[in-house]
Every structure is written in structure tokens, then in C-alpha cells.
Design a protein around this ligand. Sequence first.
Ligand SMILES: NC(=O)c1ccc[n+]([C@@H]2O[C@H](COP(=O)([O-])OP(=O)(O)OC[C@H]3O[C@@H](n4cnc5c(N)ncnc54)[C@H](O)[C@@H]3O)[C@@H](O)[C@H]2O)c1
Length: 335
Amino acid sequence: MKVLVTGGAGYIGSTICSALLDQGHTPIVLDSLIRGRQEFVQDRIFYQGDIADQDLIKRIFKDHPDIYATIHCAALILVPESTANPLGYYRANVQKSLDLFDALMQVGCDRVIFSSTASLYDVVEGFSVDEASPLKPSSPYSRTKLCMELALEDFTRAYDFRAITLRYFNPIGADPKLRSGQQLERVSHALDKIIEAHTLRQNFYITGTEWPTRDGSGIRDYIHVWDLAKAHIKAVLEFDRVFSEYTTEKYRVYNLGTGNGTTVFELVQAFENVIGHPIKKELAPPRPGDVAGAYANPARANTELGWYPESSLETAIELGLKWFEKRKAFLGLTF
Ligand SMILES: NC(=O)c1ccc[n+]([C@@H]2O[C@H](COP(=O)([O-])OP(=O)(O)OC[C@H]3O[C@@H](n4cnc5c(N)ncnc54)[C@H](O)[C@@H]3O)[C@@H](O)[C@H]2O)c1
């Protein structure tokens, strides 16, 4: 089965492409390389270009009329950058995605899987959220994602178009064969920061220790990127069944998380268990915009997509560590 993957030279998109290949499918990658890496698309069918280039989308579908579905991962994803430059983020994530969806409708691709984010959710008592939980996107970045969720829902009501939105929680780790992994130079996620601090023998700052969680630190749902990738394949394979069996709408949202909340202190402990010794750490106040957090209720994805995460937190940490070791030489990064 051929699947168009936008953003397929980035962290999550490239991992999805590896999982597709391993299961005998053919990813067709579209990526501008604004953040992605050429190294991740070697030996893959690759179109370098912008998702807003409608002529290019038409050419891709002319070259591959048998593309079954599109997985739309391409986006800019850095929260501080989005706060400093919201116009750029709305242009990149909203305007360009609208052009992409328009082109997909023109070529008759009516199966779209959209990468969204759990940072849309408001903080709720108990921290566990399902797809109907209240939303309160906290940054221009997450608001661009909400815009696209709403647009997709409207399009599916008006046009011959169906879409699945996947709300990812906190992706960590790397492809088990280490073909790709986190490629951004300035890492911002907790585990990446822990690995950075450990590698550079610096302090890891536990930012925010007075949240109303079991130990005061922020709570998240760390999902191995390989499990996330496999969820996309399930979403492609189960796409038609979702809309014949589970909903009368043509739009469906799924949470992709483990269902287990992990606090930052617990993440640090798991990391120390993996490496076998304590890391240097320091307590610090929360950063602007930080929230106590959330973790997934993934029951809908379990039942309807037949998807269950398989990796332990420790396995994801081990692969994350191995990837950060490899990426220095592979991508020529300093860390
Ligand atoms: N990483 C996370 O923590 C996380 C969490 C939730 C959701 N997501 C979503 O998952 C998706 C992938 O995230 P990622 O972590 O792999 O990010 P990434 O930056 O590694 O990958 C995004 C890719 O999209 C490409 N791209 C961006 N704009 C483009 C355009 N206009 N045309 C063509 N290519 C373009 C970039 O070059 C890059 O390769 C994003 O949509 C993001 O919002 C990520």
C-alpha cells in the first residue's frame, strides 16, 4: 500500500515511514527539509517541496495514482518560536495545510490522517483526558493545530472527504533500527533535555515542583515514537472500518498515549535506572506557560484501531539514548 507522508523527513514522519516499510508498505515522502533531514529519506521515494505547492501534490498523485491515504505530519512545532512569531506559525501550519487539503480533495484523496497534539487539552482533575475532555490550547503552536482540527471537521461535513486526527501525547525514543530519531538541534522535551544534561554532564532542571500531582512535578504521558508510528499504520488500515462501524460522521479523533501518567521525578528515576547511576539535577520554578499536565485515556484507539502501545518507558529511554549517541556522527551535530 502506498501512503503519502508529509513531513516524512522529520522525527515522527520518518519513523512512520520506517514502520510502513517494515510492514511491507511504500511511503512516499513530501518534505521541504526546513527542519527535516536528507539522511532520513535516503533510499525512500522523496519529493522535496512544500505542502502548499498544489502543482507538486498533483504531480505526486500523477506519479503514484495508487496512493491510498495521506498522513499529514508536516508542521513547525516549537512552542517558544510560535509565541515569538505567531504569524509565521499560522502561515506554516494553517494556511499551508489548507492548501494541502484543497489539493488532496482535487486529486481525490479522501483518507487523511492528521498529526495533532495533546497540548490542546485543558488540565483536568485526575489529569486523565479522553477525546471529549475540554480543550484549552496554551500556545500559538497548539492553536494552529486546533484550527486545523476544526477545519478538517468542517471539510468532512461539506465535501467528499474523510479524516482521522491523532492527538499525540509526549513522543520519546527512536526507531529500534536507529534509522532516524529526534533531529532538531535545540531539544525542548523533558527526556531529550535529560539526555542532553547527562551527555554534557550538566544539571537537569526539574522545572515546576509545586503542581498538584503526586510528587509536585509535572505529569505527562511518554509514548514511544515507534508505538506512535505503528498507530498510524493501524489508522490507515482501519480507516474505512472506523467510518463504517464506529461513527456516522466522516471525522474521528483519537488519543495516542500509554494511559500512564509519569511525573518528571519518575522520568528522571527511570532514566537513572537505565544508566545505572544518578544524574546531576536541580529544582527550578516553572517556565512561562508550563502546566501541570495530562495523560491519555487511549481506550478509543485501543478498541477502534486495535492499537496498544507495547514499549516500556525504559525501552524508549534506552533507544533515545542510543539515538543521541548515533546522531552526533550521523547528522554532524555537536550533541
Ligand atoms: N514532537 C512532538 O512532541 C509532537 C507532539 C505532538 C504532535 N506533534 C506533531 O507531529 C508532527 C511531526 O512532528 P515532529 O516532531 O516529527 O517534527 P519535525 O520538525 O521533526 O518534523 C516536521 C517535518 O515537517 C517538515 N515541514 C514543515 N513545514 C513543511 C512544509 N510547509 N512543507 C513540507 N515540509 C514541511 C519539516 O522539514 C520536518 O521534516 C507535527 O505535525 C507536530 O505538530 C509532535
